[in-house]
Write a new protein. Structure first.
Lengths: 116, 376
């Protein structure tokens, strides 16, 4: 396993997902009140970019519901395309058994690191 | 080309031609109200609302989303559609009615429904179609009223922005019957295919025993059921013998029904050929047999928009499905934007069994051949 630095803590706004590339691997990084989480950035259902969980709809004329969700308290995200929910710690959707890869992520000296 | 690839669609989608054959305009009836010309109808609508759903299943129970039908947004003008088009790598968009219009075939008040259809078509002509940006639409037909269908064809069929006609399959009259002869003739004269989308949602899934427990079961069973019923009627009542080049596009029924209808129809036609003589269209024309085997009509005249593509985890089974459906001849790519059940073109790029030429047929070739993408 190799530890990779992905950026300074301040680069990653809290409460939403961020797309990072680590050694050719596309990862969705989440900075939440409950901690830092990193999962593969492709939903196992139909490859949606999971870092967009909780993002706004593509076109809307008034504030609308968002696509997918980021739930810091439950430590889950829901896919922005089809709302499939994943546990950020286990990577699992408990209804279908579909899994997304998870990676160890930690903060050291003000930088965010992922163990790949 | 928009270089913002935040949706992370396969990069090759942006350089290959893609036609989306099921892009929904999530218009509410109130939004087309400015296009209603009859004062009495306007007053009725303002006082009492528009005919709509009844006994509807609640899609909001099926998915944890506050708004599943506008999950990805709401694009109801040419500019908004163009924005989405760039994001998804689409080259042509065929705009079709949104969920507020699905239940019209089952709703009451023909006068109101006809006026709403006219207003929708006027809105689409005014606000949506833009051939220069590849934005076309289907012409909504008031299928509960064949005479009114002819009025819509007279008014709009020559407008370049309408590339096909639109109806709904569901728990209501099938569209291949002889009462639609003049409508089908009109469509053939204008070289417009007929696209059929699931509709009549309010009364769907309510079988006699009321045993459907979920919207989920209804979508799995009822949509292909009503789609197949329409396809079979078109085949066996002689529509494709009368109009050999007529195109019938089935939207959102999935794909697996294609070989079922094709080959089961052949088998049963061989066993019971005399049945078709009693179709009024066949009887009155003195036809005692079809000109071709049923499967030939299914593979030559009928098309399936691909969303929701339901693929096995086993690649061999996916390949088998594509082969048995004759996908390169019958499939037309679709997204179902903006509904929560959206498909992107990525599933086509992940198939080792599909050549670039195969993919081209599904992404755009079949739709470009069948729909009438006239320039203004």
């Amino acid at each position: 396993m190799t530890v990779h630095t992905v950026g300074a803590v301040g680069e990653f706004e809290q409460g939403r997902g961020h797309e990072v590339q680590v050694d050719g691997v596309e990862i969705a990084l989440f900075n939440l009140e409950s901690g830092w989480y990193a999962v593969s950035n492709r939903c196992p259902h139909k490859n949606a970019p999971l870092h967009l969980a909780g993002s706004e709809p593509l076109v809307f004329d008034q504030p609308a519901s968002h696509r997918g969700d980021v739930d810091a308290a439950e430590r889950t995200i829901a896919c922005p395309w089809h709302a499939l929910e994943f546990d950020l710690e286990t990577g699992e959707n408990d209804r279908t058994g579909k899994c997304v890869a998870t990676f160890d992520v930690f903060v050291e000296d003000g930088t965010v690191k992922i163990d790949l | 080309m928009n270089t913002d690839l935040s949706e992370r669609i396969h990069e090759r989608a942006y350089s290959e031609t893609i036609v989306d054959t099921d892009f929904h305009l999530q218009l509410s009836p109130d939004e087309v109200m400015p296009y209603v010309t009859d004062d009495l109808v306007r007053k009725k609508a303002e006082d009492g609302g528009w005919p709509g759903y009844s006994d509807q299943w609640e899609i909001g129970y099926a998915v944890e989303s506050r708004n599943a039908v506008e999950y990805h947004g709401k694009a109801t003008t040419a500019d908004e559609i163009a924005t989405v088009r760039r994001q998804f790598g689409l080259d042509y968009v065929i705009a079709v009615p949104g969920s507020s219009f699905f239940s019209l075939p089952s709703a009451r008040y023909r006068v109101m429904k006809n006026a709403l259809v006219r207003a929708y078509n006027e809105y689409v002509l005014d606000q949506v179609v833009d051939a220069d940006r590849g934005i076309y639409a289907t012409l909504l037909l008031p299928q509960w009223d064949p005479e009114a269908c002819l009025d819509e064809l007279d008014r709009f069929a020559s407008e370049p922005g309408f590339c096909g006609a639109q109806g709904f399959y569901g728990p209501h009259t099938l569209l291949g019957g002889d009462q639609f002869d003049d409508v089908l003739s009109g469509l053939a004269d204008h070289d417009l295919p007929l696209a059929l989308h699931p509709g009549g949602t309010g009364q769907q899934f309510n079988d006699d025993r009321g045993e459907r427990g979920s919207f989920l079961e209804g979508m799995i069973v009822e949509w292909p059921h009503y789609a197949m019923a329409n396809v079979c009627q078109f085949v066996f009542s002689g529509v494709f013998d009368e109009y050999p080049d007529f195109g019938l596009v089935i939207q959102e029924a999935g794909t697996y029904w294609v070989p079922l209808v094709a080959h089961r129809s052949d088998e049963l036609y061989i066993n019971y050929p005399g049945e078709i003589e009693l179709y009024p269209r066949m009887f009155e024309a003195g036809r005692r047999k079809l000109e071709r085997m049923p499967s030939e009509y299914v593979f030559d005249n009928v098309y399936a928009s691909t969303q929701p593509v339901a693929l096995s985890d086993r690649e061999m089974e996916v390949e088998s499905m594509l082969t048995s459906c004759r996908a390169t001849e019958t499939f037309m790519f679709s997204t179902d934007f903006p509904h929560q059940t959206i498909d992107t073109p990525d599933w086509l790029y992940e198939r080792k069994s599909l050549s670039a030429a195969d993919r081209e047929r599904i992404l755009s070739g079949n739709a470009l051949d069948v729909f009438d993408f006239r320039n203004t």
